[in-house]
Design a protein around this ligand. Structure first.
Ligand code: DC
Length: 218
């Protein structure tokens, strides 16, 4: 296993943007674990599998699911599905299906494999607690609900979707409750993670803070 920088936090905290830029600056491999959960949700929806289907049904389906992340793209059975996983519907189902142990177990191996022979910047919900508990550096990124809702609203608008700020805020609150409240690997701050509040800070400021921390303790 190479050096791992693990960044967890709720949706809209800024993890993906920062993690991608950090990986570029350090020449580490970048792994977006949310994209893996989204690809799994897309796969289930293509197969007509529903959230109330049994573990046995999910397990059987997963036998034919090949999911991995490569150079910023998520690949499902050989096809780049990166644009397809960004819809609100896939986002919703990824959060729902990610509460299932069978799905988490399936993706655990995919995530750990990414660190073999690579230095890695990985971001998600349980990367510092469950997937890489011995990570070299751990961060927990957060921002106020209002700020995260604003970011989500802007993102959905840019995608050309019909959305209101109230709806974006409701979605953020609902997603937080599900990701933090599930029984298996809920979103929590690792005891040894450094907390970064991104509410009133620019991407560059956060990036510099992280780089300073890394430089001061190489
Ligand atoms: O970061 P994101 O919005 O792309 O993640 C989509 C969903 O996947 C999120 O709501 C919860 C789930 N997820 C998870 O359970 N564990 C991770 N490490 C990453 C994402």
């Amino acid at each position: 296993m190479g050096k791992v920088i693990a960044i967890d936090g709720p949706s809209g905290a800024g993890k993906s943007t920062i993690a991608r830029m950090l990986a570029e600056r350090l020449e580490f491999v970048y792994l977006d674990t949310g994209a893996l959960y989204r690809a799994a949700a897309l796969f289930f929806s293509m197969k007509g599998i529903r959230p109330d289907d049994s573990d046995a049904v999910l397990a059987e389906a997963l036998k034919s699911a090949g999911i991995h992340f490569d150079k910023g793209k998520v690949i499902l059975n050989g096809k780049d599905v990166s644009p397809d996983i960004r819809t609100p519907e896939v986002g919703h189902y990824s959060s729902v299906f990610s509460a299932r142990k069978i799905v988490r177990d399936f993706l655990l191996g995919v995530q750990r494999k990414a660190s073999l022979g690579n230095d890695l910047v990985v971001e998600g919900r349980d990367t510092a607690t469950v997937i890489f508990p011995d990570a070299w550096k751990k961060f927990y990124m957060d921002a106020s609900v209002a700020e995260r809702a604003k970011r989500r609203f802007r993102q959905l608008k840019e995608m050309g979707l019909d959305v209101t700020e109230e709806k974006a805020e409701r979605d953020v609150i609902e997603r937080d409750a599900r990701d933090q409240g599930r029984a298996i690997a809920p979103l929590t701050k690792a005891k040894d993670a450094i907390i970064l509040d991104t509410t009133d800070r620019s991407i560059e400021q956060i990036l510099e803070t992280i780089l300073d921390i890394i430089r001061s303790d190489p």
